[in-house]
Design a protein around this ligand. Structure first.
Ligand SMILES: [Zn+2]
Length: 134
């Protein structure tokens, strides 16, 4: 089994939060937080390194549904910066940098990016912009 690790984080709390989120997502095996000299890292192994098409399609559906149900709660602030990046403030208090090509949320970094799909923030941003343009 291949193991991956995040970059070292100064505090243990965000590393634990990320580990919990990854565990809850069901997409990873053996998620553990390691405290090393250079910081706290999350070690993890994906359940399925190469997912089949059906699984990816289901992941897309889940994110579209989440964007539909939660999207209206997100606050988007257009930055006018490169790549039409917007700041997204979620109802949980987290904030992310979102554009059509990337998002700084853990879901995008660890699950969506490797599979070439959009996260719920990107989908919600697209919906919001489409609604604003119509
Ligand atoms: Zn995102």
């Amino acid at each position: 089994m291949d193991y991956y690790s995040t970059r070292p984080m100064d505090d243990e709390e965000p590393a634990c939060k990320l580990a919990n989120a990854m565990m809850a997502s069901g997409g990873f095996d053996s998620v553990t937080v390691l405290s090393r000299e250079d910081g706290h890292v999350v070690m993890f192994a994906p359940c399925q390194p190469v997912p089949d098409g059906e699984r990816v399609a289901r992941m897309c559906d889940q994110r579209c549904n989440r964007a539909e149900s939660e999207g209206s709660e997100y606050v988007f602030v257009e930055t006018g910066m490169h790549d039409q990046m917007a700041l997204c403030y979620s109802s949980s208090g987290a904030s992310y940098e979102v554009s059509r090509t990337r998002c700084t949320c853990p879901d995008y970094q660890f699950r969506c990016l490797p599979r070439g799909i959009a996260c719920k923030h990107q989908i919600a941003l697209g919906n919001r912009r489409a609604a604003a343009a119509s």
